[in-house]
Design a protein around this ligand. Sequence first.
Ligand code: 5CA
Length: 440
Amino acid sequence: MRLSRYFMPILKENPKEAEIVSHRLMLRTGMIRQQSQGIYSWLPLGKRVLDKVNAIIREEQNRAGAIELSMPTLQSAELWQESGRYEDYGKEMLRIRDRQDRPMLYGPTNEEMITDIFRSSVKSYKSLPLNLYHIQLKFRDEIRPRFGTMRSREFLMKDAYSFDLTQADAIHSYNKMFVAYLRTFDRLGLRAIPMRADTGPIGGNHSHEFIILADTGESEVYCHKSFVDFDIPSADTDFDSVDGLQSVFDKWTSVYAATSEMHDEAAFDAIGENDRLSARGIEVGHIFYFGTKYSEPMGAKVQGPDGKEHLVHMGSYGIGPTRLVPAIIEASHDENGIIWPASVAPFDAVVINMKPGDEGCDTTCDRLYVALQNAGKDVLYDDTDDRAGTKFATADLIGVPVQVIAGPRAVAAGEVELKDRKTGARETLTIEAAINKLTA
Ligand code: 5CA
């Protein structure tokens, strides 16, 4: 992408309304724009990051056996009257009427709709286990939308829903998502800690929130420090192994971790002072097992091996991609801007032409740009007429992992400079060697 032809509306000043660093940086880099309170557009730079986050979430959901579909944002109130949640949900739910005056709503979550899809076509235990997910916009009319897309009213959610014949099978499905979440957050460059959690309006009795530690987090959390050293399950994890997944779950829940709602002061105090951590955190995922809470009122049953009808046991599993993007920034930035983990960086590299119009610089940059693109890399080419200082500041601000700097003197000697955004380390390489290194 040539920067001169891109749409990346960088702000020179720090926006006053932004209280936390991620919100400030997302506005400054032109990743997002607020359209009305708690409702955002994702501009091209932000959209790139969001797509990469979603791609990782999707890969890990698929690996764990979940199957993607797509459900609408608007739902009929009837389904929610069946489950009894239409009245319970209160003011957070945006209620709408269509031209026939039928009550509709903008979905804050999809337990009812997925249960309806399930009951209409699944009749036998032989179709189980089943886990269906989508990545779709939700709306919750939050009392206090704030911190940009960290807590917005319209937001993206990956929500998965599992269906099983028995409670034991449902716990295995729960563990699959538990492991998928550990892998997902790790690939996003985050260390997320699963914590026993309150279930709120989703309901159920077995639930974990996945929390990223950050000073600006909205949750108060208490945990053992040993989480830092726990191993992340590998890509070749056997998701069909009941015992294997249970042992990962047991390990990750073997030491104390809880949010303030579930905090047990005595258990926390029992941990030695040097081993415990009381901090603030951001909830990036939340998983629930709630048994027959929805299958019962909505009549979602399958025929079991005994020939009898059984209510299915369900769970739901949420991740907030539009919250994860600012959470990643909270965890990875410095005074000059964002430092993207390579896995979600909007571009893999930025080629900085220090003197557009200089034949050597132009030829070298064109060559780098084409070679990197041909190798399947996402490259931003700063071919603008901005001053060198501005170009460096922009490259640092948007946090692309590698900067390839082509100045007239270096290119005359057949060389370019590579700068690592994270460490600041610089090295001078021949153009050939730079291409080899960046396409390796
Ligand atoms: N149905 C269940 C799981 S699918 C559910 O709705 N769970 S939830 O309420 O915990 O939301 C799931 C995830 O969505 C949260 O962990 C969080 O990452 C994200 N999320 C929830 N509310 C917001 C919000 N207002 N802004 C941004 N992300 C949000």
